[in-house]
Write a protein that binds this ligand. Sequence first.
Ligand SMILES: Nc1nc2c(ncn2[C@@H]2O[C@H](COP(=O)(O)OP(=O)(O)OP(=O)(O)O)[C@@H](O)[C@H]2O)c(=O)[nH]1
Ligand SMILES: [Mg+2]
Ligand SMILES: [Zn+2]
Length: 295
Amino acid sequence: MAELLEGLVISHLGQGIAVEYNHEIILCQTLRRLETVAVGDRVSWTLSSPGQGRIEAILPRRSLLERPSRNGKTRPVAANIDTIFVVFAVEPHCDFLLIDQYLAVCENHNIDAALILNKTDLPQTDIIEKELLDYINLGYSLYRVSAWENLGMDELKSALKDQVSMLAGQSGVGKSSLTNAIIPDKDLKTNTVSATTKHGRHTTTAATLYHLNDGGDLIDSPGVAIFGLAGLTEQRLAYGYREFQPFIDQCQFNDCRHLKDKGCAVLMALENGDISRTRYERFLKLREKMPKTFV
Ligand SMILES: Nc1nc2c(ncn2[C@@H]2O[C@H](COP(=O)(O)OP(=O)(O)OP(=O)(O)O)[C@@H](O)[C@H]2O)c(=O)[nH]1
Ligand SMILES: [Mg+2]
Ligand SMILES: [Zn+2]
């Protein structure tokens, strides 16, 4: 019986799963379905031939992000993440609904969340600044950076230290550019899993984990909404709006939907100005977007 070794999943490759062991990358297969293993997973594996391995088991996860897959099921996308940094910029057009969605997922999965405004070298807009005030008031950390001009990077780097972080956000906001700016000497040969789009851009196709020079790991993820409202119920979505949390328990009815319900403390807080109206309106929109089976 081959020796059981412990490794770290750093990416999904077309032909298998890249597992890091002892500073080497081993291409692994698994008897389970490949997509049940996620980047960030700690696995036990055995050597099947030189440089090739087989994943025998996934070790217990401390957090897990999932995305919807076919027939109402979910599949894991990243495991053992401590903080998700939601990246956005003046262009492509800033999608606050998507930001709220990421934040709501984090709130429900016990993952910390922070915001990164990239491309601060470009002219900024008042609209973004106005929305940002809400997030800052809610206690979310905000890092203003430019990957191009290397602005604000020291502060961001110290926030990334000694934990597992993931960059999330729509395509083109600069997640990979930030990863490159943070880890300029990363091993591109083993770690680049990108493809050139028809616009000539390198778009990330698989989430990939990199080690930071100062300690900690960083996962660059593809811009498609790789995790959605998967697994959240309507109630959990409301909980995902952290400013609703102190009021939810005070609603008159346990199953309050915070819409037009009698005795709704969330609505009362909205009237009193304790909850931002734009955030509440986005809650309503996300609620509409939820897979109906969950509502
Ligand atoms: N002006 C400016 N442009 C930037 C900055 N960072 C990245 N970009 C540009 O934005 C575009 C997208 O950057 P990427 O790093 O590929 O974006 P991404 O978020 O990784 O995109 P996906 O992999 O498709 O999800 C590229 O053309 C970058 O050169 C920045 O700080 N300022
Ligand atoms: Mg990318
Ligand atoms: Zn209510």
